[in-house]
Design a binder for this molecule. Structure first.
Ligand SMILES: Nc1nc2c(ncn2[C@@H]2O[C@H](COP(=O)(O)OP(=O)(O)OP(=O)(O)O)[C@@H](O)[C@H]2O)c(=O)[nH]1
Ligand SMILES: [Zn+2]
Ligand SMILES: [Zn+2]
Ligand SMILES: [Zn+2]
Length: 296
């Protein structure tokens, strides 16, 4: 039974029906035994959903991402016009995103305006931790959803109205997979990897580390107690993303935070500069038009 050009649907012994791309598992045959791996990521959809063809999955994903990208472009334009530097913090649950945000805010709030969006499936615990620092924070609960999308962030912008030339921090839902695919309109994704998670994570979840500009290797205060090779973790991350900037930090002790804070301030400066440039360009254009009108 065929579904589409690439997909292939079949029924298992337990009665469940599901589809595959050709190649991958099938190329290796259906021979019984424990040898050989199962790979559901070799088809055009790079994933597998019971009962759905690969071509249908690709179509659905493209539609969702195309809509998301439209909202993301609008958010990015909104940030650029106002010289706002927006960062999207992504990681697995519990790597220390909120702790890092609190420390970052405490260090920078005297110098610049900061606004935060918190994404979680449920609760407003993280937004409350941010508000305790005195900075405005909006909690977005995604319910069953495992990532924030650009439409949600657009609504958050309407509600929060972040100041011109300010820092806008987004904590995504703890998940190393989906947030990689969803552009929120941020300037950069920042991936957090904590030293309790294993050096292999960048290789196992490459999309996330490829999408990020910066990796914060967090909880470095625990390194003396762990069998974790920080150099190997960095090496693995650079294998999937050679341009990655890495900062080794401890959010709880504050070690290594200075370089990260410096990176933020430089990024914000550049973003403010971009706005100044576009304002200057606009002024020049208006002056030129006025000159042309006066000459008529
Ligand atoms: N030892 C140590 N613990 C840390 C550090 N940063 C965070 N933690 C601890 O790690 C746990 C999780 O931290 P959170 O900041 O809540 O992590 P998160 O990534 O925001 O978690 P979710 O929002 O649930 O995904 C807490 O118990 C923190 O105290 C660190 O640098 N060192
Ligand atoms: Zn099968
Ligand atoms: Zn958190
Ligand atoms: Zn809407």
């Amino acid at each position: 039974m065929h579904a589409g050009d690439h997909g292939h649907v079949h029924r298992h012994a337990d009665g469940t029906v599901h589809s595959h791309a050709h190649g991958g598992e099938h190329a290796r045959g259906h021979a019984p035994g424990v040898g050989g791996d199962l790979d559901y990521g070799t088809g055009p959809a790079r994933a597998h959903a019971p009962g759905m063809s690969q071509s249908r999955m690709v179509q659905i994903e493209q539609d969702i991402l195309a809509k998301n990208n439209t909202y993301a472009r609008a958010n990015r334009a909104w940030f650029d016009e106002r010289g706002i530097f927006a960062l999207n913090l992504v990681s697995s649950p519990g790597s220390g995103k909120t702790t890092l945000l609190v420390k970052t805010i405490e260090a920078l709030r005297g110098k610049l305006a900061i606004t935060v969006v918190e994404g979680d499936q449920q609760t407003s615990v993280d937004a409350e931790r941010i508000r305790a620092t005195g900075v405005p924070a909006l909690q977005i609960n995604t319910g069953k959803g495992c990532h924030l999308d650009a439409h949600m962030v657009g609504h958050a912008l309407q509600r929060l109205q972040p100041a011109e030339a300010s820092l806008f921090l987004i904590e995504n839902v703890g998940n190393l997979v989906c947030p990689a695919a969803f552009d929120l309109g941020e300037q950069h994704k920042v991936a957090i990897l904590s030293v309790t998670e294993g050096e292999d994570k960048p290789l196992k979840y490459p999309d996330m580390f490829r999408a990020a500009e910066v990796m914060l290797l967090n909880k470095c205060d625990l390194l003396p107690y762990l069998d974790f090779n920080a150099d190997l973790a960095e090496e693995n991350a650079r294998k999937v993303n050679p341009k990655l900037t890495v900062f080794r930090v401890s959010a709880t002790s504050g070690d290594g935070m200075a370089a990260w804070l410096d990176w933020i301030e430089k990024g914000l400066e550049a973003q403010r500069g971009k706005r100044a440039e576009s304002v200057d360009a606009l002024k020049r254009r208006v002056a030129e038009l006025e000159r042309q009108l006066a000459a008529k």
